[in-house]
Design a protein around this ligand. Structure first.
Ligand code: FE2
Ligand code: FE2
Length: 352
Protein backbone atom coordinates (compact mmCIF):
# COMPACT_ATOMS: atom_id res chain seq x y z
CA UNK A 1 0.00 0.00 0.00
CA UNK A 2 2.76 2.41 0.90
CA UNK A 3 4.72 1.38 -2.10
CA UNK A 4 1.87 2.38 -4.41
CA UNK A 5 1.31 5.70 -2.68
CA UNK A 6 4.94 6.54 -2.68
CA UNK A 7 5.42 5.83 -6.32
CA UNK A 8 2.32 7.75 -7.34
CA UNK A 9 3.33 10.74 -5.27
CA UNK A 10 6.84 10.68 -6.43
CA UNK A 11 6.55 9.92 -10.07
CA UNK A 12 9.40 11.97 -11.35
CA UNK A 13 10.65 13.15 -7.99
CA UNK A 14 13.81 11.37 -7.05
CA UNK A 15 14.26 7.65 -6.85
CA UNK A 16 12.75 6.03 -3.81
CA UNK A 17 13.21 2.51 -4.98
CA UNK A 18 16.11 2.01 -2.59
CA UNK A 19 13.89 2.61 0.38
CA UNK A 20 10.99 0.53 -0.71
CA UNK A 21 12.84 -2.41 -2.10
CA UNK A 22 11.39 -5.57 -0.64
CA UNK A 23 9.12 -3.55 1.57
CA UNK A 24 5.40 -3.45 1.34
CA UNK A 25 5.20 -0.98 4.18
CA UNK A 26 7.29 0.38 6.97
CA UNK A 27 5.71 -0.65 10.20
CA UNK A 28 6.05 0.03 13.86
CA UNK A 29 7.27 -3.50 14.24
CA UNK A 30 10.29 -2.76 12.04
CA UNK A 31 11.32 -0.01 14.37
CA UNK A 32 10.56 -1.93 17.51
CA UNK A 33 12.68 -4.77 16.28
CA UNK A 34 15.63 -2.41 16.13
CA UNK A 35 15.34 -0.95 19.53
CA UNK A 36 13.85 -3.60 21.68
CA UNK A 37 16.72 -5.88 20.93
CA UNK A 38 16.11 -8.98 22.99
CA UNK A 39 14.47 -7.39 25.97
CA UNK A 40 14.14 -10.04 28.67
CA UNK A 41 10.87 -11.92 28.37
CA UNK A 42 9.02 -11.34 31.63
CA UNK A 43 7.35 -14.48 32.85
CA UNK A 44 5.05 -14.60 35.86
CA UNK A 45 4.90 -18.11 37.27
CA UNK A 46 2.01 -19.01 39.54
CA UNK A 47 2.98 -21.84 41.83
CA UNK A 48 2.94 -22.77 45.48
CA UNK A 49 6.07 -24.83 45.13
CA UNK A 50 9.07 -22.71 46.02
CA UNK A 51 11.96 -23.19 43.63
CA UNK A 52 9.82 -24.53 40.78
CA UNK A 53 10.68 -21.45 38.78
CA UNK A 54 14.27 -22.74 38.67
CA UNK A 55 13.08 -25.93 37.00
CA UNK A 56 11.24 -23.85 34.45
CA UNK A 57 14.27 -21.68 33.92
CA UNK A 58 16.32 -24.79 33.27
CA UNK A 59 13.74 -26.22 30.85
CA UNK A 60 13.46 -23.05 28.83
CA UNK A 61 17.23 -22.92 28.77
CA UNK A 62 17.92 -19.35 27.77
CA UNK A 63 19.28 -16.24 29.45
CA UNK A 64 16.93 -13.61 28.12
CA UNK A 65 14.03 -14.44 30.43
CA UNK A 66 13.07 -13.15 33.82
CA UNK A 67 10.82 -15.39 35.89
CA UNK A 68 9.04 -14.11 38.96
CA UNK A 69 7.19 -16.55 41.21
CA UNK A 70 3.77 -15.67 42.61
CA UNK A 71 1.89 -17.83 45.11
CA UNK A 72 -1.13 -19.59 43.64
CA UNK A 73 -3.87 -17.57 45.30
CA UNK A 74 -6.47 -15.05 44.22
CA UNK A 75 -4.66 -12.05 45.69
CA UNK A 76 -1.70 -12.67 43.42
CA UNK A 77 -3.65 -11.47 40.44
CA UNK A 78 -3.23 -7.77 41.19
CA UNK A 79 0.47 -8.34 41.92
CA UNK A 80 0.90 -10.06 38.58
CA UNK A 81 -0.81 -7.22 36.74
CA UNK A 82 1.62 -4.76 38.33
CA UNK A 83 4.52 -6.93 37.14
CA UNK A 84 3.38 -6.49 33.48
CA UNK A 85 4.27 -10.02 32.43
CA UNK A 86 4.75 -10.95 28.77
CA UNK A 87 3.68 -14.49 29.54
CA UNK A 88 1.99 -16.18 32.49
CA UNK A 89 2.89 -19.75 33.32
CA UNK A 90 0.56 -21.57 35.68
CA UNK A 91 1.68 -24.59 37.67
CA UNK A 92 -1.39 -26.81 37.43
CA UNK A 93 -0.10 -29.26 40.05
CA UNK A 94 -0.38 -26.88 42.98
CA UNK A 95 -3.48 -24.96 42.06
CA UNK A 96 -7.12 -25.53 42.93
CA UNK A 97 -9.40 -25.97 39.94
CA UNK A 98 -11.68 -23.06 40.78
CA UNK A 99 -8.80 -20.67 41.17
CA UNK A 100 -7.28 -21.89 37.95
CA UNK A 101 -10.53 -21.19 36.07
CA UNK A 102 -10.81 -17.70 37.56
CA UNK A 103 -7.24 -16.90 36.59
CA UNK A 104 -7.61 -18.13 33.06
CA UNK A 105 -10.76 -16.11 32.64
CA UNK A 106 -9.25 -12.92 33.98
CA UNK A 107 -6.30 -13.15 31.63
CA UNK A 108 -8.62 -13.69 28.71
CA UNK A 109 -10.49 -10.54 29.68
CA UNK A 110 -7.45 -8.42 30.34
CA UNK A 111 -6.79 -5.36 28.19
CA UNK A 112 -3.51 -6.66 26.77
CA UNK A 113 -3.15 -10.11 25.35
CA UNK A 114 -1.15 -12.23 27.78
CA UNK A 115 -0.48 -15.78 26.63
CA UNK A 116 -1.09 -18.26 29.43
CA UNK A 117 0.90 -21.48 29.42
CA UNK A 118 0.16 -24.41 31.72
CA UNK A 119 2.99 -26.42 33.21
CA UNK A 120 2.57 -29.50 35.33
CA UNK A 121 2.97 -33.21 35.95
CA UNK A 122 -0.67 -34.08 36.66
CA UNK A 123 -1.70 -34.98 33.14
CA UNK A 124 -5.38 -35.01 33.90
CA UNK A 125 -5.38 -31.42 35.04
CA UNK A 126 -2.92 -30.28 32.44
CA UNK A 127 -5.02 -31.51 29.55
CA UNK A 128 -8.38 -30.76 31.16
CA UNK A 129 -7.63 -27.04 31.36
CA UNK A 130 -6.21 -26.98 27.89
CA UNK A 131 -9.67 -26.03 26.62
CA UNK A 132 -9.83 -22.80 28.67
CA UNK A 133 -8.09 -20.59 26.15
CA UNK A 134 -4.52 -21.39 27.11
CA UNK A 135 -1.73 -20.84 24.65
CA UNK A 136 0.19 -24.08 25.16
CA UNK A 137 1.28 -26.61 27.76
CA UNK A 138 4.62 -27.70 29.12
CA UNK A 139 4.46 -31.29 30.27
CA UNK A 140 6.90 -31.57 33.16
CA UNK A 141 6.83 -35.39 33.01
CA UNK A 142 8.52 -35.22 29.69
CA UNK A 143 10.98 -32.62 30.90
CA UNK A 144 9.57 -30.82 27.91
CA UNK A 145 12.32 -29.94 25.52
CA UNK A 146 9.96 -27.79 23.49
CA UNK A 147 9.65 -25.19 26.23
CA UNK A 148 12.00 -22.78 24.50
CA UNK A 149 10.01 -22.93 21.25
CA UNK A 150 6.74 -22.47 23.14
CA UNK A 151 8.03 -19.26 24.73
CA UNK A 152 9.21 -18.04 21.33
CA UNK A 153 5.85 -18.68 19.72
CA UNK A 154 3.96 -17.04 22.55
CA UNK A 155 6.10 -13.93 22.26
CA UNK A 156 5.68 -13.85 18.50
CA UNK A 157 1.91 -13.96 18.79
CA UNK A 158 1.85 -11.43 21.58
CA UNK A 159 4.00 -8.95 19.63
CA UNK A 160 1.98 -9.45 16.51
CA UNK A 161 -1.32 -8.76 18.20
CA UNK A 162 -0.11 -5.88 20.29
CA UNK A 163 1.77 -4.09 17.55
CA UNK A 164 -0.96 -4.64 14.99
CA UNK A 165 -3.50 -3.07 17.28
CA UNK A 166 -1.25 -0.14 18.05
CA UNK A 167 -0.44 0.43 14.44
CA UNK A 168 -4.06 0.35 13.33
CA UNK A 169 -4.99 2.70 16.11
CA UNK A 170 -2.23 5.20 15.36
CA UNK A 171 -3.03 5.18 11.63
CA UNK A 172 -6.64 5.71 12.40
CA UNK A 173 -5.97 8.55 14.84
CA UNK A 174 -3.65 10.30 12.44
CA UNK A 175 -6.22 10.15 9.65
CA UNK A 176 -8.89 11.58 11.96
CA UNK A 177 -6.47 14.31 13.02
CA UNK A 178 -5.91 15.25 9.36
CA UNK A 179 -9.63 15.20 8.65
CA UNK A 180 -10.40 17.37 11.67
CA UNK A 181 -8.05 20.09 10.59
CA UNK A 182 -7.70 22.06 7.39
CA UNK A 183 -5.37 19.40 6.05
CA UNK A 184 -6.87 16.79 3.83
CA UNK A 185 -6.74 13.15 4.83
CA UNK A 186 -3.62 12.39 2.83
CA UNK A 187 -1.52 15.13 4.43
CA UNK A 188 0.40 13.03 6.93
CA UNK A 189 1.19 10.29 4.47
CA UNK A 190 2.45 12.76 1.88
CA UNK A 191 4.60 14.49 4.49
CA UNK A 192 6.06 11.08 5.30
CA UNK A 193 6.98 10.44 1.69
CA UNK A 194 8.42 13.94 1.15
CA UNK A 195 10.44 13.50 4.34
CA UNK A 196 12.01 10.35 2.98
CA UNK A 197 12.86 12.14 -0.24
CA UNK A 198 14.52 15.02 1.64
CA UNK A 199 16.49 12.56 3.74
CA UNK A 200 17.69 10.68 0.69
CA UNK A 201 18.62 13.89 -1.07
CA UNK A 202 20.69 14.82 1.99
CA UNK A 203 22.60 11.60 1.80
CA UNK A 204 20.82 9.77 4.61
CA UNK A 205 20.50 6.21 3.47
CA UNK A 206 20.45 4.33 6.74
CA UNK A 207 17.30 2.21 6.34
CA UNK A 208 16.74 2.09 10.08
CA UNK A 209 16.75 5.86 10.35
CA UNK A 210 14.52 6.22 7.29
CA UNK A 211 11.95 3.89 8.84
CA UNK A 212 11.86 5.97 12.01
CA UNK A 213 11.60 9.16 9.99
CA UNK A 214 8.73 7.74 7.97
CA UNK A 215 6.74 6.93 11.10
CA UNK A 216 7.61 10.22 12.82
CA UNK A 217 6.38 12.11 9.76
CA UNK A 218 3.28 9.98 9.34
CA UNK A 219 2.25 10.71 12.91
CA UNK A 220 3.60 14.28 13.16
CA UNK A 221 0.16 15.90 13.55
CA UNK A 222 -1.54 13.09 15.46
CA UNK A 223 -1.86 15.39 18.50
CA UNK A 224 -4.44 17.46 16.62
CA UNK A 225 -6.93 14.74 17.45
CA UNK A 226 -7.20 16.34 20.89
CA UNK A 227 -7.79 19.89 19.63
CA UNK A 228 -11.19 21.47 18.96
CA UNK A 229 -12.28 21.48 15.35
CA UNK A 230 -13.54 25.05 15.63
CA UNK A 231 -9.96 26.18 16.07
CA UNK A 232 -8.38 23.72 13.67
CA UNK A 233 -10.74 24.64 10.85
CA UNK A 234 -10.94 28.34 11.55
CA UNK A 235 -10.38 30.49 8.51
CA UNK A 236 -8.20 33.50 8.96
CA UNK A 237 -5.98 34.50 11.83
CA UNK A 238 -6.23 32.82 15.20
CA UNK A 239 -6.59 34.74 18.44
CA UNK A 240 -3.61 34.45 20.71
CA UNK A 241 -5.34 32.04 23.07
CA UNK A 242 -6.46 29.89 20.11
CA UNK A 243 -2.92 29.78 18.82
CA UNK A 244 -1.74 28.67 22.26
CA UNK A 245 -4.15 25.72 21.98
CA UNK A 246 -2.84 24.77 18.53
CA UNK A 247 0.72 24.91 19.84
CA UNK A 248 -0.04 22.01 22.14
CA UNK A 249 -0.41 19.45 19.35
CA UNK A 250 3.26 18.39 19.07
CA UNK A 251 3.41 17.58 22.78
CA UNK A 252 0.07 15.78 22.76
CA UNK A 253 1.29 13.82 19.72
CA UNK A 254 4.46 12.93 21.55
CA UNK A 255 2.48 11.51 24.47
CA UNK A 256 0.02 9.62 22.27
CA UNK A 257 2.78 7.94 20.33
CA UNK A 258 4.94 7.11 23.30
CA UNK A 259 1.98 5.65 25.13
CA UNK A 260 0.28 3.66 22.41
CA UNK A 261 3.08 2.85 20.07
CA UNK A 262 5.77 1.99 22.56
CA UNK A 263 7.85 3.62 19.89
CA UNK A 264 11.42 4.61 19.72
CA UNK A 265 12.56 7.77 21.53
CA UNK A 266 13.68 9.40 18.25
CA UNK A 267 10.20 9.18 16.76
CA UNK A 268 8.61 10.92 19.73
CA UNK A 269 11.25 13.66 19.53
CA UNK A 270 10.62 14.21 15.82
CA UNK A 271 6.92 14.70 16.53
CA UNK A 272 7.48 16.93 19.52
CA UNK A 273 9.79 19.31 17.65
CA UNK A 274 8.34 19.54 14.14
CA UNK A 275 7.29 23.17 14.74
CA UNK A 276 10.64 24.39 16.03
CA UNK A 277 12.25 27.08 13.88
CA UNK A 278 15.87 26.97 12.85
CA UNK A 279 16.44 30.42 14.39
CA UNK A 280 14.95 29.34 17.72
CA UNK A 281 11.61 31.12 17.48
CA UNK A 282 9.45 28.02 17.09
CA UNK A 283 7.68 25.86 19.64
CA UNK A 284 7.35 24.03 22.00
CA UNK A 285 10.91 24.46 23.32
CA UNK A 286 12.42 27.20 21.18
CA UNK A 287 15.24 24.88 20.10
CA UNK A 288 17.74 26.31 17.63
CA UNK A 289 19.75 24.92 14.68
CA UNK A 290 21.19 21.50 15.31
CA UNK A 291 19.53 21.32 18.73
CA UNK A 292 16.38 20.47 16.79
CA UNK A 293 16.36 16.74 16.02
CA UNK A 294 17.28 16.13 12.38
CA UNK A 295 14.02 14.30 11.68
CA UNK A 296 11.99 17.22 13.01
CA UNK A 297 13.92 19.64 10.75
CA UNK A 298 13.16 17.40 7.78
CA UNK A 299 9.47 17.03 8.66
CA UNK A 300 9.12 20.83 9.03
CA UNK A 301 10.15 21.32 5.40
CA UNK A 302 7.99 18.47 4.08
CA UNK A 303 5.04 19.79 6.11
CA UNK A 304 5.37 23.32 4.73
CA UNK A 305 5.79 22.09 1.17
CA UNK A 306 2.62 20.01 1.39
CA UNK A 307 0.65 22.82 3.01
CA UNK A 308 1.61 25.25 0.21
CA UNK A 309 1.01 22.94 -2.71
CA UNK A 310 -2.45 21.69 -1.69
CA UNK A 311 -5.82 23.39 -1.75
CA UNK A 312 -7.02 24.87 1.51
CA UNK A 313 -10.65 25.76 2.24
CA UNK A 314 -9.73 29.46 2.04
CA UNK A 315 -7.21 29.44 -0.80
CA UNK A 316 -6.16 27.55 -3.87
CA UNK A 317 -3.01 25.52 -3.98
CA UNK A 318 0.15 27.26 -5.05
CA UNK A 319 2.67 26.16 -7.68
CA UNK A 320 5.83 24.22 -7.10
CA UNK A 321 7.83 27.37 -7.94
CA UNK A 322 5.98 29.34 -5.33
CA UNK A 323 6.63 26.61 -2.73
CA UNK A 324 10.33 26.72 -3.59
CA UNK A 325 10.44 30.51 -3.25
CA UNK A 326 8.76 30.25 0.17
CA UNK A 327 11.24 27.62 1.34
CA UNK A 328 14.09 29.85 0.17
CA UNK A 329 12.59 32.88 1.87
CA UNK A 330 12.52 31.10 5.21
CA UNK A 331 15.77 29.21 4.75
CA UNK A 332 17.92 29.71 7.84
CA UNK A 333 14.97 31.35 9.60
CA UNK A 334 12.38 28.62 9.87
CA UNK A 335 14.12 25.84 7.95
CA UNK A 336 17.50 24.15 8.01
CA UNK A 337 19.34 25.78 5.06
CA UNK A 338 21.16 22.67 3.92
CA UNK A 339 18.01 20.55 3.94
CA UNK A 340 16.12 23.22 1.97
CA UNK A 341 18.85 23.19 -0.69
CA UNK A 342 18.79 19.40 -0.85
CA UNK A 343 15.02 19.29 -1.24
CA UNK A 344 14.96 22.04 -3.88
CA UNK A 345 17.60 20.19 -5.84
CA UNK A 346 15.40 17.12 -6.20
CA UNK A 347 12.28 19.18 -6.81
CA UNK A 348 14.11 20.96 -9.63
CA UNK A 349 15.26 17.60 -11.04
CA UNK A 350 11.68 16.38 -11.07
CA UNK A 351 10.63 19.39 -13.15
CA UNK A 352 13.03 18.52 -15.94
FE1 FE2 B 1 1.96 20.22 13.06
FE1 FE2 C 1 1.27 18.95 9.34
Amino acid sequence: MLRGDAIRLFEGIGDLSGIFENEEAITIRDVQKLHLKNPPVKIAMLTNEKGKEHLLYYLIGRDDIKIERFPARRESLSEIIKFYPDIVIVDTDTMKDELLKTLLLSFQLSHDYVPVILAGRDKHKLYHFWQFGVFDIIDLNLQDKKADGIIDNAMRLKNMLTVQLEENLLDYLSRIADAKSIEDVGHSRRVAVYSLAIAQASGIHDPEYLKKLYLGAKYHDIGKIALPETILRKRGALYKNEYEVVKRHPIIGYYIVSHYGNLDYDIGEMIKHHHEWYNGSGYPDGLKGDEIPLGARIIAIADAYDAITRDRPYRKKKSNDFAISELLKFKGIQFDPKLVDDFIRILALSEK
